[in-house]
Design a protein around this ligand. Structure first.
Ligand SMILES: *Cc1c(COP(=O)(O)O)cnc(C)c1O
Length: 295
């Protein structure tokens, strides 16, 4: 069956700019159902929704979640309706990246959140798969980490946040599993710290289940291009020999480097999403040309 996940994912030794770390290869969890989207959607894989004929979701026009859900729907034999608030005409005429691939999976793209249709025939999934069911798959990730890292040595686990659902539910699961040696850190990539806390609160009232939030000195806007993002992404690839994701990982690594003293035993979670790199790279190359890791 095409939906079998490759778990447990490997935990590999690596290093970057003098920081030795362990890399949790959730990017290898599945070829199409990527990284944390696979973890968040695992509940629906194990408990295929009954009596519905479609999945409905919404969000940005190039999102990793959109592509992952298009694949999930295809595999479950369901239609997939996806709403973007605005579809740039350039993309309408010439879809590429996640959008092109999602359309190939049969996604039905609609414009305008005001037009979203919810009824009992569709499984409605919030933007970024930030749903309570996501806890189920993140508990499996927590169990894998406990198995691989043990219960005595202290580790600092880092993962970047969009909706924050992955970091939140991983923290909660580790706490409920009493893995007090494993502490979770995250950084907001969409909006500021206050926005991320608000997102946590929508999914979980109890703030003792929240991860520790660290941030960068500079404020970065989601989806915008920054030379230092491109640069660190190239450098990461060159030094670690692993391809990282271009929207979330650069901010993650910059925040780690600026808060180095907190990470004596870093575990970095690679949350997948590299299918979306192609369209980001096109934009980066157009704006900055071909950089190499030294300039
Ligand atoms: C979707 C995604 C995130 C954000 O995950 P949230 O659960 O929404 O915080 C982070 N990194 C990558 C690579 C992603 O694809």
């Amino acid at each position: 069956m095409g939906l079998k996940l490759n778990t447990p994912t490997p935990l590999e030794k690596n290093s970057f700019r003098g920081i030795n770390f362990l890399l949790k290869r959730d990017d290898l969890i599945h070829k199409e159902l990527s990284g944390n989207k696979a973890r968040k959607a695992k509940y629906f894989l194990d408990n295929p929704p009954k009596n519905i004929n479609s999945i409905t979701s919404y969000g940005s026009i190039q999102s990793n979640a959109m592509f992952s859900l298009s694949y999930l729907a295809k595999e479950l034999g369901l239609k997939f309706y996806y709403y973007a608030n605005h579809i740039p005409s350039l993309l309408k005429d010439n879809p590429h990246g996640n959008l092109e691939l999602a359309l190939k999976n049969g996604m039905i793209l609609k414009e305008g959140y005001a037009n979203i249709k919810k009824d009992s025939s569709t499984l409605y999934i919030k933007e970024g798969v930030a749903v309570p069911e996501a806890y189920y798959g993140l508990k499996e990730l927590a169990l894998e980490l406990i198995e691989q890292l043990g219960t005595t040595k202290k580790y600092q686990i880092f993962l970047s946040s969009g909706t924050g659902a992955t970091a939140l539910f991983l923290t909660k699961a580790l706490k409920e599993l009493k893995a007090s040696n494993l502490k979770v850190f995250t950084t907001p990539c969409v909006g500021k710290k206050e926005y991320l806390l608000k997102q946590f609160k929508e999914l979980e009232e109890n703030s003792s289940f929240y991860p520790t939030i660290i941030d960068t000195k500079k404020r970065y806007h989601f989806g915008k291009l920054y030379r230092e993002f491109y640069q660190i992404w190239l450098e990461l690839q060159n030094e670690s020999k692993v391809e990282f994701e271009l929207l979330y990982d650069p901010k993650g690594w910059i925040s780690i480097l600026e808060n180095r003293e907190k990470f004596s035993n870093l575990v970095y979670i690679h949350q997948g999403g590299i299918i979306g790199n192609e369209s980001m790279l096109q934009r980066y190359r157009y704006k900055y040309g071909e950089l190499n890791e030294n300039n």
